[in-house]
Design a protein around this ligand. Structure first.
Ligand code: SAH
Ligand code: SF4
Ligand code: F3S
Length: 444
């Protein structure tokens, strides 16, 4: 038997990239590469990269410098760059980072075998073509990273919203949905393998739409079908765009016990003027109407968000509207960023990046401090309540403790007892920090 080569994939950026790395691992496995977690043993190192902010790219550049040293010691080593940074910078990267052998964009992974052959024959290889229909629907991802309990399922790719600040439409290409039958099949197989939670992924997951002959499947219909795979499989999804968070979708979530009561709904800014410049496609009032619908149709649903501080022309008044929006919604959790200008985006071409760095920092600090307060408040409200927790693994601090999540996606730590990862456990919350709940099991 031919000796297997070893591949090592390091993933940066969003959940979509983590999901893509599992697809890449699957394609490589068929080419006689087996995954390793020991980078020094690897024959092939792939970095699956992110371009969303400048610091995301800087991290990869620093990592490449470290890999350069490794390659000097191990000349046969092949180094490749995948993902959004590969797509954004294309062959420029081959000039700037001379020890890279291979560049592959998000829609080119099927070509990896041929590209690797090209590298073996001594050439550099690149494929950064974007596709209108690639969804990797037939590729069975190798579940490399996870716990064996939770898994990602990519259901759509690309984005055509062109928010003014965002690089994703340029790096991920056209929006396209994946055949629903292949999604349901993947969820069923995961359940049979012992997985107990799937997260349906897409940049605008709720804009999902599949049409074939007479059949039309929108996101509420797909979500329902996945939930019906088995009542014991939990279903999550990310990220929802506010424009497509319909009452119909909220009703599907409300009526299925196993669809998690947690919605990630990025607001970006609380100022309608700034939202307009961002080209987000909604006003503050429209967003707040959707929040009100979530609270009305799904009582107890967690709401989380993304916020950008210091977008072009943002004034103190605009910033204060973001602060007031956060207080109005009372987010359970938020991802918070300083605006980072990305080359060739609409904002980079049309607007000055005119909020001084120290003002961006001050506003971001204020947003983070407020969210800390809101997260703590939200967690304190859970004290004394009982939740069904899906145990995901053994706590890092002690093997006598398990951690898991509530339907609201909050992490709970509790004494292990006779429970194992994969079990549903009734837990009463007894204390908390802003980040974690601590509980006691109450099952018989
Ligand atoms: N598709 C999702 C999010 C994609 S990127 C959505 O539309 O909400 C994840 C988050 O990164 C965004 O929600 C935004 O808050 C942030 N982000 C994107 N581009 C950015 C930039 N240029 N500077 C700072 N943050 C950015
Ligand atoms: Fe970027 Fe906007 Fe698309 Fe989200 S919806 S990926 S922020 S362009
Ligand atoms: Fe980054 Fe690309 Fe995801 S830019 S956030 S890895 S889609």
């Amino acid at each position: 038997m031919e000796l297997k080569k070893k591949s090592y994939i390091e993933t940066y950026g969003c959940q979509m990239n983590f999901s893509d790395s599992e697809i890449v691992a699957s394609i490589l496995e068929k080419q006689n590469y087996e995954p390793t977690t020991d980078i020094k043993a690897a024959d092939l190192i792939l970095l699956n990269t992110c371009s969303i902010r400048d610091n995301a790219e800087q991290r990869v550049r620093n990592r490449l410098n470290e890999l350069h040293a490794l390659k000097r010691k191990h000349p046969g080593l092949v180094i490749g760059l995948l993902g959004c940074m590969a797509e954004r910078l294309k062959d420029k990267l081959l000039e700037e980072e001379r020890h890279i052998d291979l560049i592959v964009g998000p829609d080119g992974y099927r070509q990896l075998p041929q590209l690797l052959e090209q590298v073996e024959s001594g050439q550099k290889a690149i494929n950064v073509l974007l596709s209108a229909d690639e969804t990797y629907a037939d590729i069975n991802p190798v579940r490399t990273g996870g716990s064996g309990i939770t898994a990602f399922i990519s259901i759509m790719r690309g984005c055509e919203n062109f928010c003014a600040y965002c690089v994703v439409p340029y790096t991920r290409g056209k929006e396209r949905s994946r055949n629903p039958q292949t999604i349901i099949k993947e969820a069923s197989e995961l359940f049979e393998q012992g997985f107990r939670e799937v997260t349906l992924l897409g940049q605008n997951v709720n804009s999902y739409r599949w049409e074939e002959n007479e059949m039309q499947v929108d996101f509420p219909a797909l979500l329902e079908k996945v939930a019906e795979v088995n009542p014991l499989i939990r279903v999550r999804f990310a990220t929802s765009h506010p424009k497509d968070i319909s009452d119909k979708l909220l009703e599907v979530i409300a009526t299925h016990e196993n669809i998690c009561k947690s919605i990630h709904l990025p607001i970006q800014s609380g100022s309608t003027r700034v939202l307009g410049m961002m080209k987000r496609g909604y006003t503050r009032d429209w967003y707040m109407d959707r929040i009100e619908a979530i609270k009305r149709i799904i009582p107890g649903c967690a709401i989380t968000t993304d916020i950008i501080a210091g977008f072009c022309t943002e004034t103190d008044d605009d910033h204060n509207e973001t602060i007031s929006a956060m207080r109005e919604v009372e987010y359970d959790y938020a991802y918070m960023f300083k605006y980072s200008e990305r080359p060739n985006t609409i904002a980079a071409k049309k607007y000055p990046d005119d909020v001084p760095e120290e003002v961006k920092s001050r506003r971001l600090d204020e947003i983070i401090a407020l969210q800390q307060e809101l997260s703590l408040k939200s967690n304190k409200l859970d004290i004394g309540k009982e939740f069904e927790v899906l145990a995901e693994g053994v706590s890092k601090r002690s093997d006598q403790q398990l951690f898991g999540r509530t339907s609201q996606n909050k992490v709970v730590v509790f004494a292990r007892g006779n429970y194992n990862p994969g079990d549903y456990v009734k837990v009463k919350v007894v204390s908390c920090t802003a980040a974690t709940l601590r509980g006691e099991t109450t099952n018989d």
